[in-house]
Design a protein around this ligand. Sequence first.
Ligand SMILES: NC(=O)c1ccc[n+]([C@@H]2O[C@H](COP(=O)([O-])OP(=O)(O)OC[C@H]3O[C@@H](n4cnc5c(N)ncnc54)[C@H](OP(=O)(O)O)[C@@H]3O)[C@@H](O)[C@H]2O)c1
Length: 240
Amino acid sequence: MKRVLLTGASSGIGLAMLKELIKRDYYVYGIGRDFSTDTNGLASDKFRLLSFDLTDTVELPQLVKNILNDGPLDILINNAGVAYYGNHETISAENITEMVTTNLTVPMILSKLVLPAMKQKGSGMIVNISSVTAKSTNNTHGCAYGATKAGLSSFGMSLFEEARKSGVKVMNIHPDLTDTALYRNADFLPGEDNDAHLEAEEIAKMTVDSIDEMYRIPGLNISDITLRPQKNVIQKKQKN
Ligand SMILES: NC(=O)c1ccc[n+]([C@@H]2O[C@H](COP(=O)([O-])OP(=O)(O)OC[C@H]3O[C@@H](n4cnc5c(N)ncnc54)[C@H](OP(=O)(O)O)[C@@H]3O)[C@@H](O)[C@H]2O)c1
């Protein structure tokens, strides 16, 4: 059974990936801070949930060491992320730091920690859940968020070039507006109509399909996937 470390497994795209991976017989170590609600009723012995604040980058290596003591990891999925929106000067220094740490620093540290065993084995996959904002230079009201995602995609592309000769695969996923709680700090939401947003389950299925394909065709690396809804619509949140 392939063993996966998945960050942000407690909600949205990560929770959908947790369910999809379990269904397809992967064993998942899921990291999040709050597993109190949505993971209730997941009946399976193919996952372990770890409540941990990823911004604690001092304790993070020990957490990964404990997981690796159980055995090597086949896949790392860097999915946890956070977003704060607005004119850049309105975003607090704390929130900027939280975005950079969660969206960029943590994936770099986790990759560093899992790579030695992957390279030694001559196989392994690192999957980054980036964003379409990584490909745009027009992320107004999300300049810092977009920059963290551009950094993550750049990191993933270079890491692939560096690690490919060792058999390690790296895949960047770039979703557009997806109906999750990510917009809790925004004054807008993805459009309501079915063709104006993606569902977390759709991102999860495409990601796990691609992972399965790379196992089916060992010489293949799927480097980059971009997923967009047919229409580009956002809606302003109602003011209370
Ligand atoms: N929704 C979209 O439109 C969209 C589009 C493109 C890319 N993305 C990316 O997709 C990824 C998943 O986001 P989502 O849309 O599924 O949003 P979400 O429902 O808010 O999920 C975010 C996940 O990240 C975890 N997380 C955040 N900060 C954490 C921390 N300090 N420590 C541990 N876990 C932490 C959350 O866990 P807790 O809640 O338990 O803390 C949660 O499981 C993110 O990287 C996001 O940038 C989303």
